[in-house]
Write a protein that binds this ligand. Structure first.
Ligand code: DLL
Length: 432
């Protein structure tokens, strides 16, 4: 099923014409109501009327996370507070949160976007959607919630945590769709197994997982552990929340809701716009968002765009999974390392679980890099011969992918703390 065929399957020309119209309105709305945009555009001598084609967007300067901090808390709002009916926030770069304000129309748009996503997961009004993202300032809980309500499903607003209770509700309420972070889905899958249950004891058919980077290996573990099809959902608070894009049943990238978001990929160093297929930083312009429009927002998320036809019939541009954020990238002994690269290696070893943590430090003026990872159930760190053979295989594979060595500490299964939201994968003491 497709929630909104007219928009999700529009031909290119129709979509581009709609995007241009909405872009022109957005730029004018921003310029007229937000001093930041007026100043930034005046500085480069661009007026809203100069936006005559979609490509003209490149005349407008980017807006960054630093600009958001400078305008804390509500300096980027384009509507009076009397029209702002909801606030969300996420942690910011300077310690102050990034605040977002929504009008009623913005919330309707959000509901529409997430409704499209849940429909991609095969959900409709007959489904029971268990929302195990956190509720509150974080957009995960209320974002999934508004989408599930829009499709008329039964929503269970569990919020995150209390895994035993989550499992009880999955069983007793016969929930069919689970929404949470991928790392929490893994924690729930582990809890199901520990309770002596199998996926057959549950009624789940799909999961809608996002808010943190995850790999195909992680997806395979979740799908096997819960007996479901796992979908990837992307979004960020400043821009809206979950639902900017989502993967369909063909799992070939995430369909972007192009009538609401115009996307570009740039080289984060040269700021040049890159062609489809090339990996770079995602830049998003909101189309039609009233409360806090964002024009050329540098997300810092690394991905690439795809426009080849998707089997599902949707014609919208797709983004690859997010490989990480430019600010998640670790530079260890001069080499760029993304935690997701390590996760890809871990997933190749059935002897390991997907529970891991990276520790980066500095000793004698040299960076140290250690991976702590749990052995699969039934394997013991006391089995020295086995552990040493495994260490050499994992070390070899990591060096191949990362280009640097890594000390590995194996732990018995169940040792590392379990995630209930966004997993904290890295401890970098060099910055302390
Ligand atoms: O994480 C919104 C969200 C909630 C998305 C629930 C999906 C599901 P923030 O807390 O502002 O908002 O964090 C946004 O999380 O810039 C990405 O770096 C990362 N992120 C979000 N979705 C994905 C995903 C929410 N599917 C930041 N894959 C973004 C990888 C993701 N990273």
């Amino acid at each position: 099923m497709i929630w909104n065929k007219e928009m999700e399957c529009a031909d290119r020309e129709t979509m581009r014409a709609l995007q241009l119209k909405k872009l022109q309105q957005t730029v004018k709305h921003g310029y007229d109501n937000v001093p930041h945009y007026q100043k930034a555009m005046d500085e480069v001598g661009v007026k809203p009327e100069d936006i005559k084609t979609l490509e003209d967007i490149q005349k407008i300067p980017f807006i960054t996370k630093e600009n958001l901090a400078e305008n804390y808390p509500t300096g980027l709002f384009a509507k009076p507070m009397s029209e702002i009916i909801r606030i969300h926030a996420s942690s910011g770069t300077t310690g102050k949160p990034k605040i977002t304000g929504y009008t009623q129309n913005d919330l309707d748009m959000w509901g529409e976007c997430v409704a499209r996503g849940l429909t991609m997961a095969g959900a409709d009004q007959n489904d029971i959607v268990q929302v195990a993202y956190g509720y509150g300032l974080f957009t995960g809980g209320l974002g999934a919630h508004i989408g599930a309500e829009t499709i008329g499903a039964t929503v269970i607003p569990m919020s995150s945590g209390n895994t035993q209770k989550q499992i009880m509700f999955l069983q007793d309420m016969k929930s069919t769709v689970l929404c949470c972070t991928p790392s929490y889905a893994l924690t729930i899958a582990e809890g199901v197994k520990k309770a002596g249950l199998t996926p057959d004891d549950l009624h789940l058919k799909a999961g809608v997982f996002g808010a943190e980077p995850w790999t195909q290996g992680m997806r395979d573990s979740i799908e096997a552990g819960l007996g479901i099809r796992a979908h990837d959902i992307y979004g960020l608070s400043e821009v809206m929340g979950p639902g900017v894009s989502m993967s369909c049943e063909y799992n070939c990238g995430m369909h972007i809701q192009e009538d609401y978001f115009y996307v570009e990929i740039i080289d984060p160093d040269t700021l040049e716009v890159l062609p489809d297929g090339e990996k770079g930083e995602l830049v998003i312009t909101t189309l039609g968002k009233e409360g806090m429009p964002l024009i050329r927002y540098r997300t810092r998320d690394i991905c690439y765009l795809m426009r080849e036809k998707c089997e599902c019939g949707r014609t919208t541009v797709r983004m690859s999974r997010v490989f990480g954020r430019t600010d998640d990238m670790l530079i260890i002994r001069g080499v760029n390392v993304f935690p997701s690269q390590v996760e890809t290696v871990i997933a190749k070893f059935s002897e390991l679980t997907m529970n891991y943590k990276l520790y980066v430090g500095r000793e004698h003026n040299t960076d140290t890099f250690r991976l702590a990872v749990e052995l699969a159930e039934g394997l013991e760190i006391q089995d020295i011969a086995f552990v040493e053979a495994l260490r050499s295989r994992v070390e070899h594979e990591l060096r191949d992918i990362l280009g640097i060595g890594c000390d590995i500490k194996f732990l018995n299964e169940g040792t590392l703390p379990r995630s209930e939201g966004k997993a904290v994968r890295v401890e970098d003491t060099r910055k302390l």
